[in-house]
Design a protein around this ligand. Structure first.
Ligand SMILES: CCCCCCCCCCCCC/C=C/C(=O)SCCNC(=O)CCNC(=O)[C@H](O)C(C)(C)COP(=O)(O)OP(=O)(O)OC[C@H]1O[C@@H](n2cnc3c(N)ncnc32)[C@H](O)[C@@H]1OP(=O)(O)O
Length: 258
């Protein structure tokens, strides 16, 4: 797969999508988002790929929406054509695990894109922020909705209203990210995490992802019912048979193809 604004690599069952607009700090523009949607759709449909890593460069994950591209937009340029909205559904509809790996800046739309990933691993150089207010707009891809759910209302409101960034340690402390590694090790370590997940039964990983995401959309009792349907269904799959028999036989399970 060849793209203008993405770099693509695969490592066994792990696909790595790297945002690649270095001259604009990986600012998110129309073409990059369309290419990202295409790459995610193809990897999500590829049975050889079990996990996707979304990352940027060592210096920046993404510095937000492309300010130069939208600076002269009017209401007529945004609302009728659903500016932004028409690009993001694909990212939210990926069914396989997507790990966001952030080095450097994840700001504005870049932080919003990172928060659409299933969990985040950061380098100790990472900085997260939603500075949209500084350029006269609100977040437009979920920043005011996912950030408070991820880190709590008080710190989210602080970040959104002051445009301040938080570093990797503060992001870890707040639960915005799951792990932090030294910048020169973060990709190696993240690939190890992704490969560990890729060795698990991909159908169960997808069911867990779907159930966790459901928790943000429904009541607790309905969410438990939703989860339990997956739990019951697992007993109709080879993964459950392999997983439980491997445990009883005191051997490592082999979930390939299960
Ligand atoms: C069909 C529909 C299309 C939709 C698809 C696209 C939409 C996807 C996103 C939607 C998100 C919803 C709404 C979100 C809005 C925003 O994100 S608003 C922008 C918020 N971000 C910021 O305000 C950060 C802006 N950048 C900075 O503050 C700094 O660049 C930095 C990140 C702190 C780094 O500073 P420094 O190291 O000093 O580098 P700079 O010299 O500032 O930058 C280097 C060059 O990169 C350009 N650049 C940086 N950020 C952006 C950006 N967001 N947009 C465009 N260009 C950017 C910068 O201008 C420099 O360029 P040159 O001057 O040409 O060197």
């Amino acid at each position: 797969m060849q793209y203008a604004d993405l770099l693509i690599e695969t490592h066994d069952k792990v696909a790595v999508i790297r945002l690649n607009r270095p001259k604009a700090m990986n600012a998110l523009n129309d073409n990059m988002m369309n290419e990202l949607g295409d790459a995610l759709y193809k990897f999500d449909a590829d049975p050889a790929i079990h996990v996707i890593i979304l990352t940027g460069s060592e210096k920046v994950f993404a510095a937000g929406a492309d300010i130069a591209a939208m600076a002269n937009y009017t209401y007529a340029d945004t609302y009728p054509g659903n500016y932004i909205g028409r690009n993001w559904e694909h990212i939210l509809n990926v069914r396989k695990p997507v790990i966001g790996v952030v080095s450097g800046y994840a700001l504005g739309g870049g932080c919003e894109l990172a928060m659409m990933c299933d969990f985040l691993i950061a380098a100790d150089t990472a900085k997260f922020g939603q500075p949209e207010i500084k350029v006269g707009v609100t977040p437009g891809a979920g920043g005011t909705q996912r950030l408070p759910r991820a880190i709590g209302k008080s710190k989210a409101m602080d970040m959104l209203l002051t445009a301040r960034m938080i570093d990797a340690q503060e992001a870890l402390n707040t639960g915005l990210i799951s792990r932090v590694y030294p910048a020169d090790k973060v990709m190696e370590e993240s690939l190890g995490v992704a490969q560990a997940i890729a060795a698990m039964p991909v159908t169960v990983a997808m069911a867990i992802k779907d159930s966790v995401n459901r928790a943000f959309e429904t009541t607790l009792s309905e969410g438990v019912r939703y989860e339990r349907r997956y739990f019951h269904a697992a007993f109709g799959t080879p993964a459950q048979k392999e997983g439980m028999s491997a445990f009883l036989e005191k051997r490592q399970p082999n979930f390939d193809g299960k």
